[in-house]
Design a protein around this ligand. Structure first.
Ligand SMILES: Nc1nc(=O)c2c([nH]1)NC[C@@H]1CN(c3ccc(C(=O)N[C@@H](CCC(=O)O)C(=O)O)cc3)CN21
Ligand SMILES: CC(C)C(=O)C(=O)O
Length: 350
C-alpha cells in the first residue's frame, strides 16, 4: 500500500515511461506567475498609492524621504511593489551586478530593454525609471529622443535617467518637452569612470562643488523632475537639495537629500564585488543563499530529497498492476537507488 502511494513518483537516473508526465500532471505542475500586477478591473494587491511626478514634487511629500531601489527582474520588482518603495530604478548597475560586465559602459540598449520589460511586469505602485545606457543619448539630442522612445515603447518604463551635467541639459529639455520624465544624475558618474580616473567622490573642492551646483540648477531648469546625487560630501548634498525645487535622490550624498537610492544587491548583501562606503547591508541574503544551495546539494546526495510522501506523486495500485501486466511482469520491486553517490571528480557515464 505504501509502495502504491509512491509508485511513479521517482525515476532515478532513467528515462522510464513512468517518468513521462501526463498532460494533467503537466498542467498541475506548471508554474504560472501569480496574476500580478492585477488587471485594471481587479483591486490592487498592495495598498500603496501610485507614485506620480506630481506627488514627488508636492511640498507635502517633500517632508517624507523618498525611497528608491534598483530592480533588474520580475521578482525584485514585485518585492519593491509590495512595500512603500516610491521609485523602482532599472539602474545600469544591471551590467555589473546582474550580467557580470566589468563596467556599466558595456550595457547595450537591447539588454537594458529586456530587463526593463521584466521589471515593468512586476511593477505596480512605484514610479518605474530606467537608466539610458552609455552611448544611447550623449551623441545628439535626436539620439536621446530615439533611445528614450524605445525605453518607453519597448521597455515599458515611465521615465528615464541620464548621467551628466550642463552638457546634457538640452537632451533633458527635449525629452521633457515630448513628455518623457527625466531623472538627472550628477556627482560620481559611473558611465565616465575612465575619464574620472575611477569611482571617486566628487565635489570635494570649492570649484567642483560649484560646478555640481550649477549643473543641478541647469538640469532643474531643463525640466528634470529629480536629480540623483552620487558620492558627494553630505554637506554639499544638503546644500544642493536646499537650493532646488525638485527632489534630490542621494546615493552616498548624506541624509540631507530628499530621498535615498541603493542598488538592490548592496541592500540585501548579495553583491560580492567592491562595497562603496555609502552601502549598508539591510539583510544577509548571501548567507541564506549559501544555506539553501548547500542544503539542497547535501539532501540530493544523501537521498533525503525528494521525500516521495511529501514531494512526490502517487499512482493507483490497480493502474500500476495493469501497467506491469502490459509489461509482461507479474511483479516489480522498487529497490532503492544506490546511495554511494559518485564523488565530485568522478567522470559521468554516458
Ligand atoms: N553594486 C553596485 N553598487 C553601486 O552603487 C554601483 C554599482 N554596483 N555599479 C555601478 C555604479 C558604480 N558605483 C560605484 C562604484 C564604486 C564606488 C567607490 O568605490 N567609491 C569609493 C570612493 C573612494 C573615494 O573617492 O574616496 C568608496 O570607497 O566609496 C562608488 C560608486 C555606483 N554604482
Ligand atoms: C546607483 C544608482 C543610482 C544607479 O545609477 C544604478 O543603479 O546604476
Amino acid at each position: 500500500m505504501m509502495i502504491a502511494k509512491f509508485l511513479g513518483t521517482r525515476c532515478p537516473n532513467s528515462r522510464r515511461l513512468s517518468c513521462t508526465p501526463t498532460l494533467q500532471a503537466v498542467r498541475r505542475m506548471s508554474v504560472r506567475p501569480a496574476k500580478h500586477p492585477p488587471a485594471a478591473t481587479s483591486p490592487p494587491l498592495t495598498p500603496h498609492a501610485k507614485t506620480t511626478i506630481a506627488r514627488l514634487l508636492s511640498p507635502r511629500a517633500s517632508k517624507t524621504p523618498i525611497t528608491a531601489l534598483t530592480a533588474y527582474d520580475y521578482p525584485t520588482a514585485l518585492a519593491c511593489s509590495a512595500h512603500p518603495v516610491d521609485i523602482t530604478l532599472v539602474g545600469d548597475s544591471l551590467a555589473q551586478v546582474c550580467l557580470g560586465y566589468p563596467s556599466t559602459t558595456r550595457l547595450s540598449l537591447d539588454e537594458m530593454l529586456h530587463h526593463c520589460r521584466a521589471v515593468a511586469r512586476g511593477t505596480t505602485s512605484p514610479l518605474l525609471i530606467a537608466d539610458m545606457p552609455f552611448g544611447t543619448y550623449a551623441p545628439s539630442v535626436s539620439d536621446a529622443i530615439r533611445s528614450a522612445i524605445r525605453m518607453v515603447h519597448e521597455g515599458h518604463v515611465e521615465g528615464v535617467k541620464l548621467e551628466g551635467g550642463g552638457e546634457i541639459a538640452e537632451h533633458v529639455r527635449a525629452l521633457t518637452k515630448i513628455g518623457i520624465p527625466v531623472m538627472a544624475h550628477i556627482g560620481l558618474l559611473p558611465q565616465r569612470y575612465v575619464s574620472l580616473s575611477g569611482y571617486r567622490v566628487q565635489g570635494r573642492t570649492a570649484e567642483s562643488a560649484s560646478t555640481l551646483l550649477r549643473a543641478a540648477r541647469a538640469l532643474e531648469d531643463a525640466g528634470a523632475f529629480s536629480i540623483v546625487l552620487e558620492a558627494i560630501p553630505a554637506v554639499l548634498g544638503a546644500y544642493i537639495t536646499e537650493q532646488l525645487n525638485i527632489p534630490t535622490i542621494g546615493v552616498g550624498a548624506g541624509p540631507g537629500t530628499s530621498g535615498q537610492v541603493l542598488v538592490w544587491d548592496d541592500m540585501v548583501g548579495t553583491w560580492s564585488g567592491h562595497k562603496p562606503r555609502f552601502v549598508r547591508h539591510f539583510a544577509d541574503v548571501r548567507k541564506e543563499v549559501a544555506r539553501g544551495v548547500s542544503g539542497y546539494v547535501n539532501a540530493v546526495k544523501n537521498g533525503s530529497f525528494p521525500d516521495p510522501n511529501r514531494e512526490g506523486y502517487s499512482m493507483d495500485h490497480s493502474e500500476w498492476e495493469i501497467f506491469l501486466a502490459a509489461e509482461g511482469r507479474p511483479s516489480w520491486t522498487w529497490t532503492s537507488a544506490p546511495r554511494d553517490a559518485p564523488t565530485e571528480d568522478a567522470v559521468p557515464e554516458n
